[in-house]
Design a binder for this molecule. Structure first.
Ligand code: SF4
Length: 292
């Protein structure tokens, strides 16, 4: 991946961010396995062509700094930090991962994230799988299964006033989310199923890769505008066609044939703003071409 500096930020920021991950055949990191199917493959295949700007990666730098501070602690017996682990399965595929922290009881991962991630629990499923795969690698290393996983979430936008006034807002700038990691056999099954899927994906051309789901694309959902036929502006925008139809039926009673319903397609916010491989994705290219 190339790091660009389009906005002329001080060069040390660029140098601090530049860190290469080398892709190897049949080796997949835990984080890559958690990506949507299309993203996993496009990232690997186009790694040398992907560009990201320093300004888009500043928060990643903040995360790295946090990790650095937490790695440099005095370790207790049986405590490990920043452990690089790998395990190769009988099918020849290797799972790799860096475990932030673990001891005999817990396996932990540090996240610098926004408060809404905790409020909406939006990444919890992904976080659990990440911890499970990490626990599996640690288990393969020392034969000990850690059933307890924790995400230590550091909330970079935490607001004290909101914490005092909003009931579902995180109470502290650092929150611990506990996960039950189940049994090693269940986790092994999950990993092997993911690798089976990866093997299928590897044989597909870019254009045939399964499209990311609306949730994975952060799709905002289609809306239905009720508007006067010659106007651009809507009188009202509805979330469902049924609601819009009801509205139109009411208007028709007093103003027949004046109004209409127009569907407004939802935006794919991830594709547009956060997907590093969008340039190589035919779905995204098509949307952009349609706009032009
Ligand atoms: S551009 Fe959208 S659909 Fe394409 S890979 Fe990225 S997130 Fe998925």
């Amino acid at each position: 991946m190339k790091i660009t500096n389009k906005h002329n930020m001080p060069s040390m920021l660029q140098r601090a961010i530049e860190k290469e991950y080398t892709y190897r055949d049949k080796r997949y990191s835990i984080t890559s396995l958690l990506d949507p199917d299309r993203v996993i493959m496009l990232k690997r295949r186009h790694n040398d062509e992907i560009e990201q700007d320093v300004t888009d990666l500043i928060f990643a730098l903040l995360g790295t700094k946090t990790h650095f501070e937490l790695e440099n602690i005095d370790l207790l017996p049986n405590e490990y930090v920043e452990d690089h682990l790998e395990y190769t399965f009988e099918n020849g595929y290797t799972l790799s991962g860096i475990i932030d922290h673990y001891d005999d009881e817990y396996l932990d991962d540090y996240k610098t994230c926004k408060a809404f991630t905790l409020i909406f629990k939006s990444d919890y499923d992904k976080w659990k799988k990440q911890l499970q795969m990490g626990a599996y690698l640690a288990y393969k290393k020392d034969g000990k299964w850690r059933k307890k996983g924790r995400i230590i979430a550091i909330l970079k936008d935490w607001n004290k006033l909101k914490a005092q006034t909003e009931y579902n807002y995180p109470k502290f700038a650092c929150e611990v989310i506990n996960f039950d990691l189940g049994k090693p056999e269940e986790v092994e099954k999950m990993i092997l199923e993911r690798f089976d899927r990866v093997i299928e994906l590897e044989s597909m051309k870019d254009k045939d890769l399964p499209l990311c789901t609306p949730e994975e694309r952060y799709n905002t959902g289609d809306k239905y505008a009720v508007k006067k036929k010659n106007n651009k502006r809507a009188s009202k925008i509805h979330d469902t066609l049924e609601e819009a139809q009801k509205h139109l039926d009411n208007l028709e009673k007093d103003y027949p044939n004046i109004y209409e319903i127009v569907k407004r397609e939802g935006e794919n916010r991830k594709c547009k703003e956060y997907c590093s491989v969008c340039k190589f994705c035919d779905f995204y290219k098509e949307i952009e071409e349609r706009k032009e």
